[in-house]
Write a protein of this length. Structure first.
Length: 259
């Protein structure tokens, strides 16, 4: 069914096309993560196809207020992205005690920066690369590879505890964001730090280049959930994901401690 296909463009020549790709990747990534971590029931997802991969996409489900709320948060995030307000970190955190959302057990991060051309989803690269050398074929391939990597990791991590809750936080650039701006579905939050339950492990999952931006996805999880992963699964198959792609990132450790 052509209508059910999620298409990553073959050519990205405008800021609008770049922004659309960013939104699409966020939707697929967040849907994959929540589906494979068992956060919402099957009814909260529709089935789509991306290349030859069957993916589940989050939708508003009247029987599942949580999925409806997350869809609204995603739309609010899109609003902030479009206005170029959202800052370096957008995170989706899982916590187990409803009265204590600051104590988290797993967290998924997406980073954003902007160039004068368009959104730049930030990642710190040791090897400086020239954006003009990035081809759109690389972008499409990297997009599909990133989703495959998320799938493999999420399918193989040990399960989350039962009855978890979700929270989403957006961080803004103060110098360009109006003081009274809040995207739809969000309210002003306190800049409180988070406490991680157990021993955190910081994982770099992957990145996507376009002529306008760069995306990096990171996951923080309980170390023991990763210890149960069959390392051969991560090294083999069509994901082409060597284990070193999933490494502790010291910058992230400092970043998490400073949040």
């Amino acid at each position: 069914n052509f209508q059910s296909a999620i298409v990553f463009p073959n050519k990205i020549s405008t800021e609008q096309q770049s922004l659309m790709l960013v939104k699409r990747l966020l939707a697929v990534a967040v849907s994959c993560i929540t589906y494979l971590r068992g956060i919402f029931p099957e009814s909260a997802y529709g089935t789509r196809y991306m290349d030859d991969v069957c993916v589940k996409i989050l939708r508003e489900d009247k029987n599942c207020p949580g999925s409806t709320q997350l869809v609204k948060w995603m739309l609010g995030c899109y609003d902030a992205l479009q206005k170029k307000y959202v800052s370096l970190l957008y995170h989706l955190a899982v916590y187990t005690h409803p009265e204590d959302p600051q104590t988290i057990t797993e967290c998924y991060h997406f980073k954003f920066k902007y160039t004068h051309n368009g959104p730049l989803l930030d990642f710190s690269s040791k090897d400086k690369r020239n954006d003009s050398t990035i081809t759109c074929a690389d972008t499409k391939k990297a997009s599909i590879l990133l989703i495959r990597k998320i799938y493999v990791l999420m399918q193989n991590l040990s399960p989350l505890p039962n009855d978890v809750c979700l929270t989403m936080k957006l961080f803004y650039y103060d110098e360009v964001t109006p003081s009274d701006y809040q995207p739809p579905g969000f309210k002003e939050g306190e800049c409180e730090g988070v406490i991680f339950e157990g021993e955190p492990l910081y994982l770099n999952v992957g990145e996507v280049p376009t002529p306008f931006h760069m995306l990096k996805v990171k996951v923080t999880t309980e170390k023991q959930r990763m210890e149960n992963v069959d390392k051969s699964i991560l090294k083999s198959g069509e994901t082409n994901m060597p284990l070193q792609m999933l490494r502790v990132d010291r910058d992230d450790e400092e970043e998490n401690q400073n949040m």
